[in-house]
Design a protein around this ligand. Structure first.
Ligand code: SAM
Length: 198
């Protein structure tokens, strides 16, 4: 475990906010490097338009996703945007954390219900991490997945610990046209479901 800590510290030493967020263990820390690296690799092959996060809380996942957005825009000359949506308006204060990464011009916060907010743009990555209740998760899948680009990804946190999340996936997935989504679960603490649009 100590070696893993040191590896992460070295890898992310240019971004102290990200390193501190990953190393400050909580329920989502385990999957932050996976999502960050997934975005970085994808961005080498195609430009990113939008990353959307449903469920912001104190901004752990926001820091990881925005770190990737900030780096690909400044290093690969892309113009990716990130939008975070949470029912709680206080989550806008996460901007203070993002400012420690760099200017936050590419981040928008929307206060609202994740199943009702208006949206019309293509999405490369979507993180679903809100109430984890069956009905809400199913509404989120139905509302947001039509915007996912081919090759894009939906991550769903807490799939191993919230029945509502896995039940919603197993209701939604068989209703999709054959061979449109690849599904697997990363068996980390709390679990991360991975839906890739093919
Ligand atoms: C598990 S926390 C999110 C954790 C966050 N992704 C992180 O990494 O710190 C769940 C969040 O979802 C929000 N939430 C719950 N129901 C929601 C809804 N219907 N629409 C939008 N946000 C919701 C809560 O206010 C809470 O901040």
């Amino acid at each position: 475990m100590k070696d893993t800590f040191n590896f992460l510290k070295d890898s992310f030493k240019g971004n102290k906010e990200l390193a501190d967020t990953i190393l400050n263990w909580n329920d989502i820390s385990y999957v932050l490097p996976l999502m960050y690296i997934d975005i970085r690799i994808y961005a080498c092959n195609q430009p990113i338009d939008n990353i959307v996060e449903l469920g912001t809380r104190g901004g752990e996942s926001t820091v990881a996703l925005y770190s990737a957005v900030y780096e690909i825009n400044t290093q690969l000359d892309q113009s990716a945007k990130m939008t975070s949506i949470d029912i709680s308006p206080e989550c806008e204060s996460v901007r203070t954390r993002l400012e420690r990464i760099g200017p936050t011009d590419w981040w928008t916060f929307i206060t609202g219900d994740s199943a009702k907010v208006e949206w019309s743009d293509p999405i490369d990555f979507l993180l679903i991490d809100t109430s984890h209740e069956y009905e809400q998760t199913l509404k989120e899948l139905n509302k947001w997945t039509p915007f996912i680009k081919q090759g894009g990804t939906v991550w769903m946190h807490d799939v191993s610990v919230n029945k509502g999340v896995s039940e919603a996936i197993h209701k939604w997935l068989p209703e999709q046209p054959k061979d449109t989504w690849k599904y697997y679960e990363v068996p980390t603490y709390a679990g991360l479901a991975w839906l890739k649009k093919i």
